[in-house]
Design a protein around this ligand. Structure first.
Ligand code: NAD
Length: 290
């Protein structure tokens, strides 16, 4: 297939490289100077998108996605798939899908889980929203870039799944860090705490697979001075998206709001910027009840 790929950053770069490695003809574009194995570079987004079977975007946010869509939708061939893998607000995903559909394109919102390691290893999970035809056209590419793709429903459903998942992730990480900090104050050994909780009803991905306590559980960013991994500011971005969606849909998400407030405080005032999102644990260690 002829593929256009716009946004060749930490995630998009290795994803595009995997498509090229699998034998597809990939033309990429990024605002910043980049070099990606096997990927030809175009001078603009429109040039990368013109005449392709599928165009993939992997961009920072919904505002940028809308601007890029305005540029590439008119340049794309009718019947081509427009697959946006960025994490953006549901409204932007739906607006771009509407614009693309009106132009005769097949839009899919397909945010991912799995981080930079998943992007380079080709083991991402895709959660997709769009028509059955659009999903069918994108699915062979999901197979190359990832290990699983779930067709969640119509346009916006992929972003809805992503922000609900990450709201759980943010809330659970805070709960896990709070519990470790409390265990410390109660004199409970962290390894014993892990041994019990990881096989009891308090188990979770944040405890079992991404433990925020250094030296406990499988290797995680906690064992690397909390270098990301998944940066606290990206967690904050996703929590803000879930709260924005909750507001628009009139859903009651008090725990999501509390997690957003804590990550905002952590990133903006407590040194969390640039740290992994599990660095909430040293943040709780430093604080007593106030
Ligand atoms: P990144 O900042 O490394 O990459 C984004 C790229 O988009 C940059 O290279 C930037 O130059 C480019 N860009 C910005 N505006 C552009 C434009 N108008 N035209 C062309 N290129 C443009 O970010 P990333 O870590 O690759 O994340 C991309 C998306 O994936 C985000 O929405 C993020 O939330 C999501 N995501 C990231 C992770 C992760 O662990 N990094 C995990 C899951 C999802």
């Amino acid at each position: 297939m002829k593929i256009g790929f716009i946004g060749l950053g930490n995630m998009g770069g290795p994803m595009a490289a995997n498509l090229a490695k699998a034998g597809h003809e990939v033309t990429g574009f990024d605002m910043a100077p980049v070099e990606i194995d096997g990927v030809a570079l175009a001078a603009s987004g429109a040039e990368a998108a013109a005449g392709k079977d599928v165009v993939v975007t992997m961009l920072p946010n919904g505002q940028i996605l809308r601007a890029v869509a305005n540029e590439i939708v008119p340049a794309m061939d009718k019947g081509a798939a427009f697959v946006d893998c960025s994490t953006v607000d549901v409204e932007s995903a739906r607006a771009v899908a509407e614009q693309a559909t009106a132009a005769g394109l097949l839009p899919v919102d397909a945010p991912v889980s799995g981080g930079v390691g998943g992007a380079s290893g080709g083991t991402l999970t895709f959660m997709a929203g769009g028509s059955a035809d659009a999903f069918a056209k994108a699915d062979p590419l999901f197979d190359i870039m990832g290990q699983k793709a779930v067709h969640c429903g119509d346009s916006g459903a992929g972003q809805a799944a992503k922000i609900c998942n990450n709201m759980i992730l943010g809330i659970t990480m805070i709960g896990t860090c709070e519990a470790f900090a409390l265990a410390d104050k109660l004199g409970l050994d962290r390894q014993k705490m892990f041994d019990v909780v990881s096989t009891s009803s308090g188990y979770s991905w944040t405890m079992n697979a991404y433990c925020p306590a250094p030296g406990v559980g499988p290797a995680s960013p906690a064992d690397n001075d909390y270098q990301p991994g998944f940066a606290a500011e990206l967690m904050l971005k996703d929590l803000r998206l879930s709260q924005q969606a909750a507001e628009a849909a009139d859903a009651d998400t008090p725990m999501g709001q509390a997690a957003t407030d804590l990550y905002k405080q952590f990133v903006e005032n407590e040194g969390g910027l640039g740290m992994d999102f599990s660095a909430m644990l040293p943040r709780f260690e430093k604080r007593g009840r106030s």
